[in-house]
Design a protein. Structure first.
Length: 94
């Protein structure tokens, strides 16, 4: 049985995934990845690649932030983190 933290993280991932898909992005989850990002989103035509770290509070620990930014730079992607703002889930460019 998954723990509550995992379940909350998964819910956030699906909320952000849906929002990006509604904006035309192709979005793939990296479930339980423990990697640099939770979602990768590609704009139509591949003009933009977003790597998204889904965090309930918007805080990305320094080691994870460093890795996320390194991966984004290596692949020409934009690094984002999720957070709740005014009761709404949003992503913010790092």
């Amino acid at each position: 049985m998954p723990n509550k933290s995992y379940e909350k993280g998964r819910r956030i991932e699906y909320i952000i995934k849906k929002k990006l898909e509604e904006r035309g992005f192709l979005v793939v989850r990296s479930p339980a990845s423990k990697g640099a990002f939770d979602l990768i989103a590609v704009a139509p035509g591949g003009e933009r690649i977003l790597l998204v770290s889904c965090k309930a509070d918007g805080y990305v620990p320094p080691s994870e932030l460093k890795r996320l930014l390194e991966v984004a730079e290596k692949y020409g992607a934009e690094a984002y983190v999720s957070k709740k703002e005014g009761g709404e889930w949003v992503i913010e460019l790092l």
